[in-house]
Design a protein around this ligand. Sequence first.
Ligand code: SAH
Ligand code: MG
Length: 213
Amino acid sequence: MIPDDRLSAYIKSLDTGNTPILETIEKEAIEGDVPIIRKDMQTFLKTFLAVKQPKKILEIGTAIGFSAILMEEYNPCECHIDTIENYDKRIPIAKENFKRADKENTITLIEGDALEILPTLDGKYDMIFSDAAKGQYINYLPDIKRLLAQNGVLITDNILQDGDLLESRYAVIRRNRTIHKRMREYVYALTHDEDFRTTLIPVGDGITVSVLV
Ligand code: SAH
Ligand code: MG
């Protein structure tokens, strides 16, 4: 159970849609069982982008490019997005989608495991969207901190794990316990790190928003 799925449904009912290419890719993602950001998270990101107007964005977890294209389309300022994906079945689809959306010059797909790619990156990002291997989030943190600009924002997706995060370890089925433990450690690390100001927001499957202060 997502704690507030009635809220999600209500937000979804108010949705006015995205640009045609995003509507098409979203439909294809749903048909192909590709996990992409949900409607309420889409509206959150679009609003957030209008506030922050990040010029350089890093995404961890491209899938087939839906959220990267959405961020590019709805960022009021010109920006560049680097996005990391390691699943070889999804990489060619993402590339094709960037072409279809006419984003080849503004979105760069970096192929490989985020844990290996992140240390090779440099430069400062105004925004990092972390949406890949949930159990690895905590291992990305040192590089994420190094890569974020002052006042840069880290948004992490799928924090609540369909509500599991709120349950005690013993109420969570055995096979989900490792991820439960890791996600709790991650949220604790973010909220207790003095370099970050972090809030947890129950949008989509739960996100954290952390500003490097
Ligand atoms: N942000 C996308 C959805 C990403 S789904 C959207 O909303 O449109 C998460 C993606 O992260 C999956 O495609 C998965 O293959 C990728 N992923 C998982 N672990 C990864 C890793 N270690 N390195 C790079 N990508 C990874
Ligand atoms: Mg996600």
